[in-house]
Design a protein around this ligand. Structure first.
Ligand code: KIV
Length: 289
């Protein structure tokens, strides 16, 4: 074996290390104590190492969401997302973070058939990426699977209300819980996941009173998206809140206009290339005179 090793790492892959300890799943669970969460939980989606590096110090949880299907791959929904995609992006996010708990979404078709199928897929995701937990969609029907995973060492975050993987059953992405029956179903779903041992539950796209009732009735933290400020925490898709898309759901607040910033920068670059003013002397290698 050669003793010579080529160092192929680049400064892009090795940003300044952050002297922060990584949070743990039990620490997140303990944030809600006796029904009260004094310090709301901050979660954002992340799909790449650089994105994780930028978000990490501000977040308690980074979610490698299957929304990467639309955001990264331009797919029409989350349905076609594969385990391979989730593995690769989750590993990148773990490499790019030091502090937040990394949770990875289980893609459609990888967990619904049986608890055993879910265990195999979840174990594969955690082994390949180093993420600490998985998230899966569905309520009461998924509770036995959540219990099965938790009892075997896999922390699970639940997801109820608007569950995008069920778009073909729901018929769209509209807010849920408009009827009493739907509201009762969402509350029952959250309760079943809580009792099955989920360490947190995402409640997405529901009428505010349902989000508040679920938060009050659930022992584990409830993380809202399109839900209520009274949830135990909040999550958004990072590209949405940074203003990278023209169209976002009503519940998204844009904290920046990156689409405008990118467009303006690229227009300047294109103009300078076309008029041959880039690269200039300061960005050109020249032999010493
Ligand atoms: O996939 C995702 O990004 C999500 C969040 C919207 C909660 O599930």
């Amino acid at each position: 074996m050669s003793t010579y090793q080529l160092d192929t790492s680049t400064s892009r892959a090795n940003p300044t290390p952050q002297p922060m300890r990584r949070l743990t799943v039990p620490a997140i669970r303990r944030r809600k104590d006796g029904g009260v969460t004094e310090q709301p939980i901050v979660m954002l989606t992340a799909y790449t190492a650089r994105q994780a590096q930028l978000l990490d110090e501000h977040c308690d949880l980074l979610l490698v969401g299957d929304s990467l299907g639309q955001v990264i791959y331009g797919l029409p929904s989350t349905i076609p997302v594969t385990l391979e995609m989730m593995e690769a992006h989750a590993a990148a996010v773990v490499r790019g973070s030091w502090h937040a708990v990394v949770v990875v979404d289980m893609p459609f078709g990888s967990y619904e058939a049986s608890p055993e199928q879910a265990f195999a897929a979840a174990a594969r995701l955690l082994k390949a990426s180093g993420a600490a937990a998985v998230k899966l969609e569905g309520g009461e029907a998924m509770a036995p699977t959540v219990r099965f995973l938790v009892e075997r060492g896999i922390p699970v975050m639940g997801h109820v209300g608007l569950t995008p993987q069920a778009v073909n059953v729901l018929g769209g992405y509209g807010a849920r819980g408009r009827s009493d029956a739907e509201a009762a179903k969402i509350a029952g779903d959250a309760q079943a996941l809580d009792e099955a041992g989920a360490f947190a539950i995402v409640v997405e796209g529901v009428m505010e009173p349902i989000a508040v009732a679920v938060t009050e009735a659930t022992a584990c933290p409830v993380i809202g998206i399109g839900a209520s400020a009274r949830c135990d925490g909040q999550v958004l898709v990072t590209e949405d809140m940074l203003g990278l898309f023209e169209r976002v759901p009503r519940f998204v607040k844009r904290y920046a206009d990156l689409q405008g910033t990118v467009s303006e920068a690229v227009a300047r670059y294109a103009a300078e290339v076309r008029e041959r003013s880039f690269p200039g002397p300061e960005t050109t290698y020249r032999p010493p005179e």
